[in-house]
Write a protein that binds this ligand. Structure first.
Ligand code: MN
Length: 225
């Protein structure tokens, strides 16, 4: 059984960027519906005792779609901050190294989100060799399937922004940038630092949103550069 993770902030905390009305639909209806549908699908199957990441990697069709959407949304809420934060430390150094500057990453992020056709997600990920990359995934697709480490994610399905921004996705992306939870991103990044590969070990605590990704990182294949 998979549980709906609690929102890491109050329903109105992101206003005016994301309204309470959007939260009512996006979290309490859409995200919750993915959890309920997934639990219907895994009931009385081997998947019922598996971690969310294991279900994602082992399933296809409706089960995959609902499981991936549960993970993607939990990661999205954790990627958001009511206060404006900034990256620092190792993560900022790596951003400067891989993108040139934070401003260059912002520009590429908005371009990547604006050019994704249809519904999907824009991720900052860490590749197996350690490099940071921006990545689009369509519909429910998730970096977990390809063992990329997600650092933060922006939901660019219309249900994420249509109430507050109508069709203005670039404006939503611009404001998302000012609400990135860089503390969460840095936590994710630091857990991957010096590691090059996410292992396939199943996560033991299926209720811990971090556990599903971060505790699977194997202590091997260290990056030397
Ligand atoms: Mn969504």
């Amino acid at each position: 059984m998979i549980e709906l993770q609690k929102l890491p902030f109050a329903d109105k905390a992101l206003e005016p960027f994301i309204s309470e009305e959007t939260i009512k639909y996006h979290y309490y209806k859409h995200h919750n519906a993915y959890v309920n549908k997934l639990n219907d699908l895994i009931e009385d199957t081997k998947y019922n005792e598996m971690s969310l990441s294991s279900i994602i990697r082992d399933s296809e069709g409706a089960m995959f779609n609902n499981a991936a959407q549960v993970f993607n949304h939990t990661f999205y809420w954790n990627s958001l901050s009511p206060e404006k934060l900034s990256p620092s430390g190792n993560l900022l150094k790596k951003i400067n190294n891989d993108f040139g500057s934070l401003e260059a990453l912002k520009e590429e992020f908005i371009k990547t989100g604006s050019t994704l056709f249809g519904s999907g997600w824009v991720w900052l990920v860490r590749e197996p060799k350690g490099q940071l990359k921006l990545k689009q995934t369509e519909n429910a697709h998730t970096p977990l399937s390809s063992y990329l480490v997600p650092i933060f994610v922006c939901d660019v399905w219309e249900h994420a922004y249509y109430i507050d921004f109508r069709n203005l996705r670039p404006k939503y992306l611009e404001e998302f940038w000012d609400h990135i939870n860089w503390d969460f991103a840095e936590e994710a990044f630091n857990k991957t630092n010096n590691h090059t590969f996410i292992g396939t070990e199943p996560c033991n605590d299926i209720h811990d949103p971090f556990c599903q990704v971060l505790d699977e990182i194997q202590d091997k294949d260290r990056v030397t550069s």
